[in-house]
Ligand binder design. Structure first.
Ligand code: PEP
Ligand code: MN
Length: 363
């Protein structure tokens, strides 16, 4: 059972996605105000974001302008009427942001991983009722994400939302792998909690934002957080993923808001879960095949050094005689298993032939 209560009114607007935009970091007063003015003029945005305390992976990067950025955000509120949000990572940040009249707080991915840090923030929030958005932790752990939401909720915060920003990965298509199944599980467990997608941090690449944003809305997530900077290429942090206010406008106008229907929600969610499963299984299969190939290579080198032939018929027969019945027992046809084994066998022989044609190791 979760203890998360929420009042979703602040974050859901009549079937329209809730849009958060603004630069990754506040850099200068002029940059913040230019961003806010152009965003407010061109797009229907609900909340303006700008990080002033930046959690950076390495110490010598730009770590945010700090407290002085709060004054710039006040100007954004008074000049554009847009409410503002900043990232908080400790009690001091909370205290300063509250004193400055920031409208919404968000907890970043590197903070959500730490129950101590989240508890410190929760304690600092006690007695207030500022809305809080909690980003997923950098590692794919739904429990940590839920735990952070629960800590903030237990401190008495009623207006809560989650932000899906993807999960740390070693290479791949995106900067952070979306693992859609995790926010989907979160939605299943907390159906009223608004979940906002951050395609900027998922993709790490401004040209991929539209596709991920569309996918998120097709999965019925509740909104988008898109990093928007007046001159993205000159940004002091996350340059490659930021868009200009005009590009933001274009993305928001290209996005299709598809009609929801009971069956289609269920259908899409289930389909996505199954596809995520397939994606993971394919990755596992390919990893295992690569591992197998490495063993084949080692055997090749061993055979070469010991002057043994490549194809040993008995071994090949043994493989077929054991794998085919094994496959059959698991529901795979003889034909499928044989074709599959032939394919990897052929590649193995090719690799070992190349190795055998090299000179043996001299000792
Ligand atoms: C950010 O929103 O700029 C940020 C630091 O994000 P995350 O915590 O998702 O890495
Ligand atoms: Mn960023």
């Amino acid at each position: 059972m979760t203890t998360v209560h929420n009042n979703i009114k602040t974050f859901k607007r009549n079937g329209r996605p809730y849009i958060i935009a603004g630069p990754c970091s506040a850099e200068t007063e002029e940059q913040v105000l230019t961003a806010a003015r152009t965003i407010a003029k061109n797009s229907h945005v609900d909340l303006f974001r700008a990080g002033i305390w930046k959690p950076r992976t390495r110490p010598d990067s730009f770590e945010g302008v700090g407290e002085k950025g709060l004054k710039w955000l006040k100007k954004v509120q008074s000049e554009t009427g847009l409410p503002v949000t900043v990232e908080v990572a400790n009690a001091k940040h909370v205290e300063l942001a509250l004193a400055a009249g920031v409208d919404v707080l968000w907890i970043g991915a590197r903070t959500t991983v730490s129950p101590f840090a989240v508890q410190e923030i929760a304690d600092a929030l006690r007695g207030t009722n500022i809305p809080v958005l909690v980003k997923n932790p950098i590692n794919p752990d739904l429990g940590l994400w839920m735990g952070a939401l629960e800590r903030i909720s237990k401190a008495g915060i009623e207006t809560l939302g989650a932000i899906h920003r993807g999960f740390s990965t070693l290479g791949g298509e995106y900067r952070n792998t979306p693992h859609w199944e995790i926010p989907i599980k979160l939605k299943t467990q907390l159906p009223d909690l608004p979940v906002i997608t951050d395609p900027s941090h998922i993709t790490g690449n401004r040209y991929k934002i539209l596709d991920v944003a569309q996918k998120s809305l097709d999965l019925e997530f509740d909104g988008l957080m898109i990093e928007t900077h007046p001159t993205p290429d000159q940004a002091w942090s996350d340059a490659a993923q930021q868009v200009t206010p005009l590009q933001l406008h274009e993305i928001l106008s290209l996005i299709q808001i598809r009609k929801k229907s009971g069956t289609s929600t269920e259908f899409n969610t289930r389909l996505e879960e199954l596809r995520s499963e397939i994606d993971e299984l394919d990755a596992e299969i390919l990893k295992k095949l690569a591992k197998r190939m490495n063993v084949v290579k080692e055997i090749g080198e061993y055979k070469r050094d010991n002057h043994v032939t490549i194809l040993q018929l008995e071994r090949w027969k043994e493989i077929l005689d054991t794998r085919i019945p094994f496959g059959e027992k698991s529901g795979l046809s003889t034909e499928f298993t044989e074709t599959f084994l032939d394919l990897i066998h052929e590649a193995s022989i090719k690799l070992q032939t190349e190795i055998l044609n090299q000179l043996p190791k001299t000792k």
